[in-house]
Design a protein around this ligand. Structure first.
Ligand code: FMN
Length: 177
């Protein structure tokens, strides 16, 4: 299947990217086509809330979402890969998700598969509670089929991440598809 990884960290060689690439390695070994998009490097403005699209239709804004929309609609699976920022996803990714507005019905109809890859400095048990709640709600609302998640507790630096078990978890998640 076609897998699109929406990688949100501005650190293109950071911990989120490490997880994304290990996931991709595993998925490619199983024959899947994986594309990683570093959304921080795209020019995607926040949704203005005008709802000229009527939640399905052309967006009045023309930026890199024009191309990303086509990639999303061509994909079978979306992987949300984000560092934890103030206990939620990075704004770069939230911006993209808010712009789903103009393809809301198309995304829902596709019954896409999904996964979550994330890293944080903290290792407290509650570190990812808010992010998981948000992701679970997106899965439910957008009729996604959740294929799994890697919660990178204690991945505050690439060194910490490389010493953790989470890279292996990401690889195994890719291999499990
Ligand atoms: C703006 C900002 C907010 C952050 N918020 C949190 C947080 O709420 N909890 C946490 O454990 N770590 C937090 N961190 C740490 C990052 O999640 C962590 O360093 C992560 O490894 C960064 O991933 P990257 O290398 O892919 O950029 C924050 C970092 C930044 C820059």
């Amino acid at each position: 299947m076609k897998i699109l990884v929406l990688q949100a960290s501005p650190n293109l060689n950071g911990s989120t990217a490490l997880l994304a690439d290990e996931f991709a390695r595993g998925a490619r070994e199983k024959g899947h086509e994986v594309t990683r998009v570093d959304v921080d490097r795209l020019d995607i403005a926040p949704c203005t809330g005008c709802v000229a699209c009527g939640y399905e239709g052309p967006c009045v804004q023309h930026d890199d979402m024009d191309g990303l929309r086509e990639q999303i609609l061509a994909a079978d699976m979306l992987v949300l890969a984000t560092p934890l920022y103030y206990y939620g996803m990075a704004a770069q990714l939230k911006c993209v998700i808010d712009r789903f507005c103009s393809v809301n019905a198309s995304i829902t109809r596709k019954r896409m598969k999904s996964a979550l890859l994330t890293v944080a400095w903290n290792a407290d048990s509650w570190t990812f509670e808010a992010l998981e709640a948000h992701y679970n709600t997106l899965v439910r609302y957008l009729c996604w089929q959740d294929c799994g998640r890697v919660l990178g507790y204690g991945c505050g630096t690439t060194g910490m991440t490389k010493r953790s078990s989470h890279l292996q978890e990401a690889y195994q998640l890719g291999r499990s598809l």
